[in-house]
Structures are given as structure tokens and as C-alpha cells.
Design a protein around this ligand. Structure first.
Ligand code: PLP
Length: 395
């Protein structure tokens, strides 16, 4: 089956064998009964398969986990309460006190806070390398040593859409026997297949494009059976950040329309990026599929589309940017991304406010940057809205 058919009919979207229902059942049960004391004991030892308690596993979560594994090209999946739960649990599954992680910068503000504040408290050192020159910086700064247990990347990176060269990264990592995890939230498997490029772990905030409707928080990790066992059975069950079965249902529903939404997000975003690039009041535009993007060639190599995020700097910097946001009538001023409606925000004061002004500067996140998550509306209406807001801002 090709990708669009697999999304609709692939594992997990089969007819329910008990009721013949066409939609997956939502098993809201927290706990499952045993046939006997012996049966219960066998489930706990793993001699028999079955459900015990939803923090350990749940039939609705299993449908989502298997579906995401299939679509991402991994062996198994694990579902989490949020993207942050997915990231933090993965790190804690793979690293002990005294180990270190190499992470790409920039990275989502929540992940940055986790890596710069919380993770070091647990005795895990975090070493940073620029996303755009990731492998070169790792080598020049000699970041890898025998205690490096994970390379964590995000590409395209939030919010500047810098691209990490995944092929180069996995080559370096496999030479050193270090697993690579990539945050796939921005591209999704629809535009990027990291596991095919040798990446070991794909991480999602399913809150974004997978859900698509800004109505559920969740996360998923896809990897080999062996690593999912470490991440889920040995870590998630104890840390406890498991997804709600109801949210798993919403993500399964979101997945069914992902392909058509991604096509529209992608074509709308490209048109908006081109519009902004030609506008005299716009200083700079960031979009992986614009030829002016510094890693355009890498983006073309590892992505089949630029996806739905565009960032830009308006002339007059932060002050004019604020005025522009307040002058918009259609685009919604809000954080998050991947929703059917267009969302626009100012990273330095919102999603990336966890960075100090010095950290923003060091990481290369411009103070005046504005990020748009382009929705699936008629792009002409979105451009007209930006046009009227720009005219008003500069009148
Ligand atoms: C790239 C990226 N990864 C992870 C997250 C965290 O996801 P969640 O909000 O579902 O915890 C976000 C949230 O914006 C994100 O943009």
C-alpha cells in the first residue's frame, strides 16, 4: 500500500473484531480483570499477554502505538501524556547520572528548559551543537566521549526551521555506537522518514499535526522493539506520563486526515513564504523549501516538502512585530502548531521565553522573529489578512 492508503487502512484501522465497528473502541478502563489469580500472576510475569492497568498498556493506546510505528517505519511505539513526557522519558530511559547528551540548538523552548535546567539536576550533562552545522560542531568541539548516551535533534528546528543533516548525524553516531533521536513534530512521517536514514528514535508531540485540531495533548515515540521496551516498560510505567485512551482515539482520528491536511499546510506555507519574501517590509524569511534557506539542499535531500511552519522578521523588529500581530483579523495569535487554523506567535516572548536574552542570541533565535503555523484555510484569505495588517502597521 502507498502512504495515503496506509494512513487510512494500515494496521489499527481494521474493523473491530467484536462489534464490527469501523471506528476504534475507546477503552477508558483504568484496570482490567483477571480470569483467575493464576491468570493475573502470569500477566505480571509476562508468561501470558493481556491487559492489567492502563499505565502499563491499554488496547486503544496499542492501536495508536502500532499505527504510528507502521507509518514511521519502526518496530514499536509508545504513547505518552504529552510531547514533553515522550522526550523526558526517552532521556531518562537511556541516560544515567554521569552520562551526557548532545542536543541540537535551537530546540523547542520546553525541551530547552528540560535540557538546561532539569536534566542537569539529575547529573546528566547536556552539550549543545548548532543544528545547521551539527556534525561539524560535534567534531570540532569534541563533544562525544564514552559517556555520551544520546544524540537528540529536532529538525526542522523550532522556531528558526534550521535543518539537521540526519544522514551525516547517523553516520557519526553509528561510528560511535550512540542512539540518535529526532523530534519529528514539525515534519511528520509525511515529509520526513528519519528511521530510513538510520535514526533510532522518532519522537512526536502528537498535540500538533497528528491531532491537527488543537484539542488534545499527547506524545508518541517510535523505535525498535528493544528500545521501546526500555522506554515504555522500564521507564514510562514508573514515571507515569501515559496518554489518555480518549486522546489516543482523537489522534487516531486525526491521523486519518493527516495526508490531505499536510498537503494543504505545505502548499499554503510555501505560498506565504514566497509572499513574505517579496514583501518590502519583511527583512528575512525562514522556510526550508525556499532556495534562500541556508540548508535548502539538505532539506530537499531529507524532506519531501517544507511542511507548514514559516518564520520571518519584520522591519522595525519586535515593536513592529507586536503591532502586526495585533492588526491581524483572521490569523489567531496563539502558540502551538499543526492545527487546521493558522496560529501566529512571537517565540522570544512566548514558546521560547525559557531562553534568556543572551541564550536567544547565542542560539541564533532573533528577538524579532515571528512564527506562523500555517493552517488549511484558503491561502488568498491568509495573504489578504497579512497584507492588511502590514499596511496598517506601516501606515
Ligand atoms: C518541536 C516540539 N517538540 C515538543 C513539543 C512539546 O509537546 P507537548 O506540548 O505536546 O508536550 C513541542 C510543543 O510545542 C514542540 O513544538
Amino acid at each position: 500500500m502507498r502512504i495515503n492508503t496506509t494512513i487510512v487502512h494500515g494496521k489499527g484501522m481494521t474493523i473491530d473484531p467484536v462489534s464490527r465497528a469501523i471506528a476504534p473502541p475507546i477503552h477508558m478502563a483504568a484496570v482490567f480483570s483477571f480470569k483467575s489469580a493464576e491468570h493475573g500472576a502470569k500477566l505480571f510475569t509476562g508468561e501470558e499477554e493481556g491487559y492489567i492497568y492502563t499505565r502499563l498498556s491499554n488496547p486503544t493506546l496499542k492501536i495508536l502505538e502500532e499505527k504510528m510505528a507502521l507509518l514511521e517505519g519502526g518496530e514499536a511505539g509508545a504513547a505518552f501524556a504529552s510531547g514533553m513526557a515522550a522526550i523526558s522519558t526517552t532521556i531518562l530511559a537511556l541516560c544515567n547520572s554521569g552520562d551526557n547528551i548532545i542536543a541540537s540548538a535551537p530546540i523547542y523552548g520546553g525541551t530547552f528548559a528540560l535540557l538546561s535546567k532539569l536534566i542537569p539536576k539529575w547529573g546528566i550533562d547536556v552539550r549543545w551543537a548548532k543544528a545547521s552545522e551539527f556534525v561539524r560542531e560535534i567534531e570540532v568541539k569534541h563533544l562525544i566521549d564514552e559517556k555520551t548516551k544520546l544524540i537528540l535533534t529536532e529538525t526542522p528546528a523550532n522556531p528558526t526551521l534550521d535543518i539537521v543533516d540526519l544522514e551525516e548525524t547517523t553516520k557519526l553516531a553509528s561510528k560511535n555506537n550512540i542512539p540518535v533521536a529526532v523530534d519529528q513534530t514539525f515534519a511528520t512521517f509525511y515529509f520526513q522518514k528519519p528511521i530510513e536514514l538510520g535514526v533510532d528514535i522518532s519522537i512526536y508531540s502528537t498535540t500538533k499535526f497528528i491531532g491537527g485540531h488543537s484539542d488534545a495533548i499527547g506524545g508518541v515515540v517510535v523505535s525498535s522493539k528493544e528500545l521501546i521496551e526500555k522506554i515504555k516498560d522500564e521507564t514510562l510505567v514508573d514515571l507515569g506520563g501515559v496518554m489518555s485512551p480518549f486522546n489516543a482515539f482523537l489522534f487516531l482520528r486525526g491521523l486519518e486526515t493527516l495526508a490531505v491536511r499536510m498537503e494543504r499546510h505545505n502548499s499554503n506555507a510555501k505560498k506565504i513564504a514566497q509572499y513574505l519574501e517579496e514583501h518590502p517590509k519583511i527583512e528575512k524569511v525562514y522556510y526550508p523549501y525556499l532556495e534562500s534557506h541556508p540548508q535548502y539542499k539538505v532539506a530537499k535531500k531529507q524532506m519531501s516538502g517544507g511542511s507548514g511552519l514559516v518564520a520571518f522578521i519584520i522591519k522595525g523588529g519586535r515593536e513592529k512585530g507586536k503591532e502586526f500581530l495585533n492588526n491581524l483579523k483572521l490569523m489567531v495569535v496563539a502558540v502551538s502548531l499543526g492545527a487546521v487554523s493558522t496560529l501566529i506567535e512571537h517565540p522570544a516572548s512566548m514558546t521560547h521565553s525559557t531562553y534568556s536574552p543572551e541564550e536567544l542570541e547565542k542560539t541564533g533565535i532573533p528577538e524579532g522573529l515571528i512564527r506562523i503555523s500555517v493552517g488549511i484555510e484558503d491561502v488568498e484569505d491568509l495573504i489578504e489578512d497579512m497584507d492588511q495588517a502590514l499596511n496598517k502597521t506601516f501606515s
